[in-house]
Design a protein around this ligand. Structure first.
Ligand SMILES: Nc1nc2c(ncn2[C@@H]2O[C@H](COP(=O)(O)OP(=O)(O)OP(=O)(O)O)[C@@H](O)[C@H]2O)c(=O)[nH]1
Length: 344
């Protein structure tokens, strides 16, 4: 089989690759405002990301909102990502002074680890100890509400408190405080998933949409499927041919659709291929985890550096730091002027 054409194949004429994803419904703007208002009373922010896209699920907007607040990054859906990415991601985040926990809301041990971390901080925070509040933020569909339910189940043995769903945008407003532990008393605040208002890089948008962060009808199922096929072809350990029960591996989405539609009976009257139904089946198969553990982000050193240089802005400076920076810049300018006049 030929090596996948990958991203080049996205330019094939019958798929409109030009579509820019700009999805920021009103409830997200409202959600950000509510988060900012509540932040003062919050002791810890848990920023939830998707382990399948450890870089693409970083929302630079949170950097600005969270500022200097105590923060823990949680990579959820770890059951769907290869285990070997965990050490790389931990290392990269440690370089940025960021502690990271990987969770899978179906596994008690990983959720317990998160709860213990919150408890450790709560115990160290004597001022706020009687009421330790944790705000859960993150992009849509990363599993924030599922995480809250799992924490509550493990912490106080109670059932579901937050609504969950396979489509993005289930939580549309900030929740009231949800108790997840009696002693010390730990409360959680669920927030609506907040997408970055504008995703400038189309490949990042495709990855976010593939993992369910953007509604399919806003993205383009054909483009998503094409990119997915490219990634599957790059992953030697994934036998999608076996999973889909098709005859031939391929790097051509048309060929895949043609083979798959027959296998799943996605045919209209007269035998015409039902392309939408076939594409949806392919995407669903991936999202159900049937292809196994797949990371959609490249995590080699160069790719990680490129990502952070291009997408992540430094958190805003505090007033003090800002003053210091201005003074240093002023000193530098004076020095340069003096040099120009040969005074130094
Ligand atoms: N495989 C897997 N699926 C998960 C995990 N956590 C959540 N999910 C699934 O992911 C989907 C989204 O979960 P939610 O908890 O609704 O996500 P959310 O971040 O609250 O979503 P929004 O309301 O859009 O902000 C649901 O179908 C969950 O069952 C996990 O750790 N592993």
């Amino acid at each position: 089989m030929a090596v996948s054409k990958g991203i080049l194949s996205l330019t094939r004429t019958h798929f409109s690759y030009e579509k820019t994803i700009n999805w920021f419904p009103g409830h997200m703007a409202k959600g950000i405002k509510q988060m900012q208002d509540q932040l003062r009373a919050v002791d810890l922010v848990v920023e939830t990301r998707d382990a399948r896209i450890p870089l693409s699920s970083i929302n630079p907007q949170f950097e600005r909102i969270i500022g200097g607040k105590s923060r823990l990054v949680v990579y959820n859906k770890a059951d769907l990502a290869p285990a070997e990415i965990q050490s790389v991601v931990r290392q990269e985040m440690a370089k940025r002074n960021q502690k990271v926990i990987f969770t899978d809301t179906f596994s008690s041990s990983s959720v317990k680890q998160l709860l213990n971390h919150a408890v450790d901080i709560a115990k160290g925070d004597l001022v706020r100890y009687p009421q330790f509040s944790v705000m859960i933020v993150g992009m849509p569909n990363v599993g924030k509400s599922s995480l809250i339910n799992a924490l509550r189940r493990i912490g106080i043995g109670r059932g579901k408190a937050a609504s969950t769903g396979a489509k993005p945008g289930v939580t549309r407003a900030m929740s009231s405080k949800i108790k997840v532990l009696e002693s010390p008393p730990v409360y959680l605040l669920d927030t609506p998933g907040v997408m970055m208002p504008f995703i400038p890089d189309p490949v990042t948008a495709i990855k976010v949409a593939l993992t369910g962060g953007i509604k399919d009808n806003i993205a383009d199922e054909a483009i998503l499927a094409d990119y997915l096929l490219f990634r599957l072809n790059r992953c030697a350990h994934i036998d999608y041919k076996e999973v889909l029960k098709i005859e031939e591996p391929t790097d051509d989405i048309n060929c895949l659709v043609s083979q798959l539609s027959k296998k799943i009976g996605a045919l209209r009257q007269g035998g015409e291929i039902d392309v939408d139904k076939t594409l949806q089946f392919f995407l669903r198969t991936y999202r159900n985890g049937a292809f196994g553990k797949l990371c959609l982000d490249d995590l080699d050193q160069a790719a990680v550096e490129r990502f952070f240089c291009a997408s992540i802005q430094e958190p805003p400076l505090s007033k003090n730091q800002d003053k210091k920076a201005k003074r240093a810049a002023q000193r530098q300018r004076s020095l340069e002027k003096a040099k120009a006049k040969n005074l130094v």
